[in-house]
Design a protein around this ligand. Structure first.
Ligand SMILES: *[C@@H]1O[C@H](CO)[C@@H](O)[C@H](O)[C@H]1NC(C)=O
Ligand SMILES: *[C@@H]1O[C@H](CO)[C@@H](O)[C@H](O)[C@H]1NC(C)=O
Ligand SMILES: *[C@@H]1O[C@H](CO)[C@@H](O)[C@H](O)[C@H]1NC(C)=O
Ligand SMILES: *[C@@H]1O[C@H](CO)[C@@H](O)[C@H](O)[C@H]1NC(C)=O
Ligand SMILES: *[C@@H]1O[C@H](CO)[C@@H](O)[C@H](O)[C@H]1NC(C)=O
Ligand SMILES: *[C@@H]1O[C@H](CO)[C@@H](O)[C@H](O)[C@H]1NC(C)=O
Ligand SMILES: *[C@@H]1O[C@H](CO)[C@@H](O)[C@H](O)[C@H]1NC(C)=O
Ligand SMILES: *[C@@H]1O[C@H](CO)[C@@H](O)[C@H](O)[C@H]1NC(C)=O
Ligand SMILES: *[C@@H]1O[C@H](CO)[C@@H](O)[C@H](O)[C@H]1NC(C)=O
Ligand SMILES: *[C@@H]1O[C@H](CO)[C@@H](O)[C@H](O)[C@H]1NC(C)=O
Ligand SMILES: *[C@@H]1O[C@H](CO)[C@@H](O)[C@H](O)[C@H]1NC(C)=O
Ligand SMILES: *[C@@H]1O[C@H](CO)[C@@H](O)[C@H](O)[C@H]1NC(C)=O
Length: 478
């Protein structure tokens, strides 16, 4: 990776100017913003079918077998249900976090500074349809809604907080809303919210680069998890009707297949299922679908639409999951898309169009704003499939899926997909250099459209595709 070349001082709402500068914001500037921005902790109590609170904690880059062999992971597994057939959706990290929030990778094959257009909806929009409180807890995020690329340990400059592990901040539909930004908080806020009984009903928890195994290993990270999680399991306020998912963003060995060791814990896990296994095929998309099924929420119309639903919820709704034959499954890379750098996938300028008509596995149709925004457009993929595939680029077209319970007309095979559902998948731009630059230009155009002004040092523009570091601070008029 090349050196940092540009800095965007991002605004929290239309009221604040979004400002670009060639220098990184100083620690003073970050501290100034931190002093003025208050975390926001909305609460709600919307009854779900299988749980009233859903939290997920993501560690990083560990192969299934390595996690399974760790003593502390084994102990955590003994307290809940082990999901033995849970898959990440691609490599590297960031597209997995993106997928967990929005139901798609958008072809992302990198950890770049991404700003995903505001017409892409996320799980936050689903939760908002019923005013279900949500939040993120990102360890060592310097202040709520910080949009910078990283915030390092200020003594050692080791990796600490990184934007690529912060799912919701990647989306303009979140980042352009100052209220939503204040729901993206750090671990200090987690402790406060826990103590004040102001925890949200949905949360995404990201430990820092030391604790999440990224810069360490499973021994270290599982020790961290073993110290952080058990006090919560003994906290009656936290545990009450809570489902806690411990998982990983992806596996470590790219050719292996991306199965990740995942555990369900919490008060929502029935006593008799503690220490058991669930072998159902799941992906990060299943988590959005399960949250929707639990609370009666719509789908994003992306890969969450057809995703299998956690059995603990599916048992309540009667949804019959698919058995997916993983022999030919390749979820260690993704299909072409606008966020590709031509690293593992191919660049295409076309933003995938979601499904706008369907009931989806959660059973509650598709989010109104998605239907409205994409009305009359053909979906790019067959988003009703329980695994991602693309006939155009021959991605996972050899994979087959069958309904779990035998029923004469319920089996399906992806290659039978008609061409019409893949109408937009063919416009790939395959010139590597141009495409890398294109990603940067798209990101910049997005900024221009949403910013008061933007300036980039002219002689540095050529480097933007790879590594420009954008650091956000709130620029409040004094
Ligand atoms: C959500 O909250 C808003 C603002 O308080 C309110 O207008 C709306 O009716 C609520 N929606 C639901 C589904 O409770
Ligand atoms: C966490 O966020 C709060 C503001 O909500 C800030 O005051 C504090 O310094 C942050 N803590 C860390 C460790 O970054
Ligand atoms: C971000 O990371 C770079 C490279 O490690 C470092 O120089 C910079 O100080 C970091 N920025 C912050 C705000 O920590
Ligand atoms: C990560 O957080 C832990 C505390 O949870 C801290 O000890 C460690 O120094 C942090 N890592 C970095 C690189 O700052
Ligand atoms: C910001 O998001 C909140 C809910 O998350 C919503 O109630 C509010 O209307 C949004 N504000 C704007 C300006 O879109
Ligand atoms: C795991 O990481 C920790 C912290 O970096 C280190 O002290 C330890 O030696 C590592 N263990 C192995 C087996 O690599
Ligand atoms: C658990 O939550 C339910 C509903 O959310 C509430 O009625 C009950 O009082 C809570 N129990 C405890 C022990 O907090
Ligand atoms: C994915 O796995 C296949 C088969 O093992 C391998 O050929 C391919 O290189 C892998 N992709 C990446 C990005 O590592
Ligand atoms: C779901 O129902 C099946 C069949 O009754 C049962 O074997 C399984 O344990 C249940 N799973 C969960 C997580 O409740
Ligand atoms: C939605 O799909 C159903 C079933 O495939 C079809 O009957 C209906 O006409 C579709 N509605 C629209 C608005 O396309
Ligand atoms: C969504 O936004 C992207 C990027 O601005 C744009 O290319 C696309 O046409 C938009 N889609 C719709 C349906 O408005
Ligand atoms: C889309 O996927 C579903 C689930 O695998 C399958 O039943 C259906 O036939 C597929 N649709 C098309 C058009 O291939």
């Amino acid at each position: 990776m090349k050196s940092a070349t540009a800095t965007l001082l991002a605004a929290a709402s239309v009221a604040y100017a979004q400002v670009a500068t060639v220098s990184e914001p100083s620690l003073t500037e970050i501290k100034k913003a931190a002093a003025t921005i208050e975390p926001y902790s909305p609460v709600s109590n919307v009854q779900g079918l299988a749980f009233n609170r859903f939290y997920q904690i993501w560690l990083e880059n560990i192969d299934y077998e390595d996690a399974a062999a760790d003593e502390n992971v084994k102990w955590l597994a003994s307290q809940g249900i082990t999901l033995t057939n849970f898959h990440a959706v691609t490599h590297p990290s960031e597209p997995n976090y993106c997928a967990a929030a929005a139901g798609d990778t958008f072809g992302m094959d990198n950890d770049d500074f991404q700003q995903i257009p505001a017409n892409v909806s996320t799980v936050a929009d689903l939760l908002d349809t019923k005013n279900i409180s949500w939040g993120e807890y990102q360890e060592h995020l310097p202040y709520p809604g910080f949009q910078g690329y990283n915030y390092s340990n200020q003594v050692t400059y080791d990796n600490d907080y990184v934007r690529k592990h912060n799912p919701l901040v990647l989306f303009d539909s979140v980042a352009q809303n100052s209220t939503r930004l204040r729901q993206i908080k750090n671990f200090t806020s987690f402790d406060d919210d826990l103590a004040n009984k102001k925890l949200p009903q949905w949360a995404f928890i990201t430990p820092n680069m030391t604790n999440d195994a990224h810069d360490t290993n499973i021994t270290f990270a599982a020790k961290w998890e073993r110290s952080w999680v058990p006090p919560l399991l003994n906290n009656s306020y936290f545990m009450n009707e809570t489902l806690l998912l411990l998982t990983f963003d992806e596996d470590k060995t790219y050719p292996k297949g991306n199965r990740i060791f995942s555990i369900l814990l919490g008060g929502a896990v029935p006593e008799n299922l503690k220490g058991t296994k669930d072998d159902t095929f799941y992906t990060h998309y299943s988590v959005i679908a399960s949250v929707s099924a639990n609370w009666g929420l719509p789908s994003l119309g992306r890969w969450d639409c057809g995703a299998n639903i956690l059995e603990i919820v599916a048992n309540k709704t009667g949804y019959v999951n698919y058995d997916v034959d993983t022999t030919n499954l390749h979820v260690n890379e993704t299909y072409p898309g606008p966020l590709s750098d031509n690293e593992y996938s191919k660049y295409s300028s076309v933003w995938p169009v979601p499904l706008t008509n369907g009931t989806c596995s959660a059973g509650h149709g598709i989010l109104d704003i998605v239907k409205k925004t994409y009305a009359n457009s053909k979906p790019t993929y067959n988003y009703t499939s329980p695994f991602p595939y693309d006939t155009e680029s021959k991605y996972n077209t050899e994979v087959t899926a069958t309904r779990k319970q035998a029923s004469s007309n319920s089996s399906s095979t992806s290659p039978s997909a008609s061409a019409s559902v893949h109408a937009n998948a063919g416009n790939s731009l395959m010139l590597p250099g141009v495409a890398t630059l294109s990603s940067a230009i798209v990101a910049l155009l997005m900024s221009i459209l949403t910013c008061a002004w933007l300036a980039v040092e002219p002689d540095k523009k050529g480097d933007l595709g790879e590594t420009f570091i954008l650091l956000g601070v709130l620029d409040r008029p004094n």
